[in-house]
Design a protein around this ligand. Structure first.
Ligand SMILES: NC(=O)C1=CN([C@@H]2O[C@H](COP(=O)(O)OP(=O)(O)OC[C@H]3O[C@@H](n4cnc5c(N)ncnc54)[C@H](OP(=O)(O)O)[C@@H]3O)[C@@H](O)[C@H]2O)C=CC1
Ligand SMILES: O=C(O)[C@@H]1CCC=N1
Length: 279
């Protein structure tokens, strides 16, 4: 990272599993100083592995972890969040760091209630390609988050991909449905393409390599941005050719309707999580 250490916040990740771990590994890959990152979990063994791999500090003591942090990342599952926030409340109310939640569904109102009152809080929805520096995160800040603190959050997420602010908190449930969960949709499609290749007579390894490299190549063309997705599709689709048959088959099975239904179900689940867990 080009920024000097003195300008970077000290980070405490409370929970460093799939997502928190992906952000930490992404930050380290991008040169964020390991000595400014501390991660916690309940399992000392998993922490030892993470520390050995990344050089960060680790602890099983959540309260101690937030005692010196400028930015506290809440990285546990939504179902574990109430217990963690309640445990942290006295520490964060005393130190008043910026708190950053990556949890699906849980609203800033619920989080602040569990954290013992008002705090500068950013709610975010990242995704696992952050591990490779190819993530994208939607971000929503409460009004009392300072410009400097917004900058910290941007620094953090830009180290692992793109960071996009949303204007209203409710949009984060849609972000969750599109990009938070989104990698799984592409993985599912790739799994299906490998199976389909096998059914067409290809050896598994060959089908796998073809499907994976096609996903990577198509992804690169999409982000290159020279053409809109629909135009890229048209350029593959020769009139009366093979792609046209496949695309017509997808359209006849209402692939677009399925994508709308699936993402609506994901967004609804995000809201349900908040309703169920707010207790
Ligand atoms: N996975 C994804 O693609 C995405 C996930 N998210 C959000 O990220 C959050 C985490 O999800 P994910 O990373 O998949 O989940 P994981 O279960 O992989 O990670 C959660 C981590 O929290 C730790 N943990 C649990 N309880 C505590 C505790 N009391 N104190 C400290 N650490 C604790 C767990 O370790 P241990 O059990 O050892 O304590 C575990 O490492 C969720 O809120 C999810 O909504 C957001 C975007 C994408
Ligand atoms: O499935 C989930 O609930 C989390 C949030 C987005 C991706 N994984």
């Amino acid at each position: 990272m080009s920024t000097t250490n003195t300008k970077l916040p000290k980070l405490a990740f409370i929970g460093a599993g799939n997502m928190g771990g992906a952000i930490i590994r992404g930050l380290i890959r991008q040169g964020y100083p390991a000595e400014l990152i501390l991660a916690t979990s309940r399992d000392p063994e998993s922490l030892q592995g993470l520390a050995a791999e990344t050089g960060i500090q680790t602890s099983t003591d959540n309260l101690q972890a937030v005692a010196t942090a400028d930015l506290v990342v809440l990285g546990v599952k939504p179902q574990a969040m109430k217990a963690v926030c309640t445990e942290l409340a006295s520490g964060v109310q005393a130190r008043r760091p910026l708190v950053l939640s990556i949890a699906a569904g849980l609203t800033t109102e619920i989080l602040l209630q569990w954290l013992g009152g008002s705090l500068p809080l950013v709610r975010s929805m990242p995704n696992t390609p952050s591990l490779l520096g190819a993530g994208v995160a939607g971000l929503y800040a409460l009004p009392d988050v300072t410009a400097e603190q917004r900058g910290w959050v941007e620094t953090l997420f830009k180290a692992v991909g793109q960071a996009l602010w949303v204007e209203s908190e409710v949009q984060l449930d849609a972000v969750t449905a599109i990009s938070g969960s989104g990698p799984a949709y592409y993985f599912l499609f790739t799994e299906a393409l490998v199976t389909a290749g096998e059914k067409l007579g290809l050896p598994t390894d060959l089908a796998r390599q073809l499907a994976l490299q096609t996903a990577a190549g198509a992804g690169q063309m999409l982000v290159a941005g020279t053409d809109e997705p629909a135009e890229l599709r048209r350029k593959v689709t020769s009139p009366g050719g093979t792609t046209e048959r496949a695309v017509l088959t997808f359209e006849a099975a209402d692939l677009r309707g399925m994508v709308e239904a699936a993402t609506a179900a994901a967004a609804k689940r995000a809201a349900e999580l908040a309703e169920t867990l707010k207790g």
